[in-house]
Design a binder for this molecule. Sequence first.
Ligand SMILES: CC(=O)N[C@H]1[C@@H](OP(=O)(O)OP(=O)(O)OC[C@H]2O[C@@H](n3ccc(=O)[nH]c3=O)[C@H](O)[C@@H]2O)O[C@H](CO)[C@@H](O)[C@@H]1O
Length: 356
Amino acid sequence: MTQSQIRLLIAASGTGGHLFPALAVAQQLPDLKIEWLGVPNRLEQTLVPSDYPLHTIAVEGFQTRSVVGNLRILLRLIASVFQVKNLLKQRNIDLVFTTGGYIAGPAILAAHLQGVPVILHESNYLPGKVTRFFSRWCQTVALGFAGSSQYFPKAKTLWVSTPVRSQFLTPQALDLPIPDEAPLIVVVGGSQGAVAVNELVRQCALKWFEVGAYMVHLTGDRDQAADSLKHPQYFPLPFYENMAGLLQRANLAISRAGAGTLTELAVTHTPAILIPYPYAAEDHQTYNARVFADAGAAYLYRQEELTPQLLEKVVLDLLNSPEILPQMTEKTANLAVIDSAQRLAALVRQVAHKER
Ligand SMILES: CC(=O)N[C@H]1[C@@H](OP(=O)(O)OP(=O)(O)OC[C@H]2O[C@@H](n3ccc(=O)[nH]c3=O)[C@H](O)[C@@H]2O)O[C@H](CO)[C@@H](O)[C@@H]1O
């Protein structure tokens, strides 16, 4: 059989953190027949190119309070396993690749029942419960962080880092009027913005503007006060496509600690102040952030300890010091892996060929 006949189902859904790495891997596999598995009304509806037929199943996470609600979710989950199993059979799928999250459970279980191999990529340091449980039925678990192998005692693991969009790998122009010599702070709260971080930085920003800094603030679209601060050095945007150009130009990021953004910070050598999302499942963003803080690439603050006064001072100290940011930049660069998508694509080909 020839390589062009490999049929791959990518199960990736929900947030940028799950979709962008999967899209980057798909781009490396132009000779494969790729189909996509997602959920109705999520980001995949807009992000997944029409070249990949998009199939959807209605899955969601379990609620902790309502027994009836959880029972309904369980029934839907069971139904979706059989739906995916049928899909694998009908479309003659050779291999499933998933980036975790709610969609991964039914995708892995259906593949297991159908005898189709699965590669799972976990971008977070602390894997989610679904990933930990279902990893036993995966051919290989590809890891974003090398240290995560301890959480997969029953699986074969391979560290590949986390793929970034291809634009991150070449210099991108920035279409914002920011003078070349001005320090640029980028504030990013994951793919949906972070209202608590937004409120914090708006209280400090004027002091940073006084010392010449500019700020691009990715507010998300749920912040009622997103337009409340006006200043010529301040650019609030609900969402920005050109993250590559923005982070390549940034001198400092103030950010949540989602695995996607952290990988992009590493690839663009951007030092950061990290404020993990306090309500993330099992506090997993703190585990991600710790890797960067321990490497000297970032400062890590818990949201509840970070007052506006403290943040204002920490950033001023960084802006005023000629050494600290360049040193952190160097340490951030040490964490960069630029060929992660190629490593994962090679793994996909290897497993697909072996299993035929
Ligand atoms: C709240 C929560 O549980 N978030 C999780 C979600 O992250 P979530 O997708 O929210 O955040 P990530 O940092 O992983 O990824 C955000 C992505 O959106 C992009 N972006 C963001 C803003 C913008 O204006 N433009 C833009 O393109 C970033 O460049 C990045 O690629 O999945 C990740 C991967 O499992 C986890 O690590 C995160 O903890």
